[in-house]
Design a protein around this ligand. Structure first.
Ligand code: ATP
Ligand code: MG
Length: 418
């Protein structure tokens, strides 16, 4: 992608009410735009990151047998009345659809997926299965002050699993835990994200959250340094200060961001919607369910919260908008321009994703500052001076060391980075 053709520019004028560091960096860099509190547009480079995160999540959900579907955001009031949540859910957007008809803007999809599954489940032979979708959610969050970490409109991956018995649900739940670990590791959050015991509702003792330690977090967790698990402060007082796995009492209090959660719903929703199956003895039993959520913008913003410095973002390679930021300097010099254009062509031919700063009239300092702000993993500088000496300047965003390479060696060097 050529930076000269990007319709978006970086910006120094940020909305005064934007206090979230990740949101400020995204807005400054032109990766996102703010429409109103809790509602953001993803712009080309921000959307590239989003799509990479989406693809990682999709691959991991398919690896545990999830079948991808796409459910509507507009939902009938009747479904929400069946579970009592039309009244009780404070963040629900209730819309008037004219002629005394009301509908909900979906904040989650248990009320849709449960009756949907009911159309296809008759007997134990139809179980188990899992479906997921990656789709917009709407929540009238009271405090939408954390930028993309807490949106009023955001994309969630929600997976729902359906089981004949508790052992089958437990087995799947453990597989989902492992797939969540892989997702957060692949997105660069492996080292700072903890499986966290949270309150479980009426059907299981605990649910589990995946909490990323960060000062930007709205949650407080207690970390067990030995087991690398944590307990959410919200949980009942008696387990609060001891590790649920080893019993250790010296837990470390940290602020953390809930990047995902998994929950055993048991028969809560199947009872509300009459979702039953007939077992091998021909008896009707309620289907058991689990639900598993991840907020995509929240995950993206969490990566920035944990991967940035004063100069800007520092993207992990797997989700960076591109692998290489190629900065061409001295473009008024015909030889320098030709060499930079050839490098850009060669990188593309080698299928290495590259953002090419081919803009004329900017100083080297301005280009360097933007490269640091955007945070692509590797910066390659092609200037008249170094090219004349047969060299390129190559630097990783995550360290301060600069290498000098012959242009012919660049592609092999970059491939070696991954
Ligand atoms: P929170 O405790 O942060 O309010 P929640 O427990 O209500 O979230 P769920 O309803 O279980 O969250 O949603 C599943 C996942 O969706 C969360 O783990 C989080 O990653 C994401 N998520 C929830 N609310 C938001 C939001 N307002 N903006 C962005 N992502 C969200
Ligand atoms: Mg929560």
């Amino acid at each position: 992608m050529r930076q000269s053709t990007l319709f978006v520019k970086t910006s120094k004028n940020l909305p005064k009410d934007e206090i979230s560091e990740s949101a400020r960096l995204l807005l400054r860099a032109g990766f996102a735009d703010k429409l109103m509190a809790g509602v953001y547009t993803l712009l080309p480079l921000g959307f590239k990151v989003f799509k990479k995160i989406e693809q990682i999540i999709r691959e991991e959900m398919e690896s545990i047998g999830g079948q991808e579907i796409f459910m509507p955001a507009l939902q009938p009031k009747e479904n929400w009345e069946k579970t009592g949540r039309w009244q009780s859910l404070d963040i629900l957007f209730r819309l008037s659809a004219g002629e005394s008809r009301e509908i909900a803007l979906g904040p989650t999809h248990e009320e849709i997926v449960t009756p949907l599954a009911g159309r296809f489940i008759k007997s134990y032979r139809d179980l188990p299965f899992a479906v997921f979708h990656i789709q917009n959610k709407f929540r009238n969050e009271k405090r939408a002050k954390s930028g993309l970490l807490r949106g009023r409109e955001f994309v969630m991956k929600d997976l729902y699993s359906f089981h004949a018995d508790q052992a089958d649900l437990d087995g799947y739940y453990e597989k989902a835990k492992l797939s969540y670990r892989r997702i957060f590791s692949r997105c660069g959050l492996g080292d700072c994200t903890y499986l966290t015991y949270a309150s479980g509702g009426s059907f299981s003792k605990y649910s589990h959250e995946f909490q990323t330690v960060s000062p930007a977090g709205e949650d407080l967790i207690y970390l067990c340094p030995k087991c690398s698990v944590a307990v959410n402060k919200e949980i009942i007082a008696d387990v609060k200060h001891s590790c649920p796995q080893c019993g250790q009492k010296d837990l470390i209090e940290e602020k953390a961001i809930e990047v995902g959660n998994i929950f055993q719903l048991g028969s809560k929703f199947s009872t509300a919607f009459g979702l039953k199956f007939s077992n091998e003895q021909g008896e009707n039993r309620p289907v058991l369910m689990g639900c598993y959520g991840i907020g995509l913008q929240r995950l993206l913003a969490t990566v920035i919260e944990t991967h940035h410095d004063q100069k800007g973002m520092i993207w992990p390679a797997a989700i960076a908008p591109a692998a290489v930021h190629l900065l061409a300097l001295n473009l008024e010099n015909e030889d320098a321009k030709k060499s930079a254009e050839k490098l850009y062509r060669d990188l593309r031919t080698a299928r290495i994703e590259v953002l090419f700063d081919d803009r004329i009239g900017l100083s080297a300092g301005e280009k360097f500052a933007e490269a640091d702000l955007f945070g692509l993993p590797c910066r390659v500088v092609a200037s008249a001076r170094t090219l004349a000496a047969g060299k390129l300047e190559v630097k990783k965003r995550s360290d301060n060391k600069t290498d000098f390479l012959a242009p012919a060696d660049l592609i092999a060097f970059l491939r070696g980075q991954n």
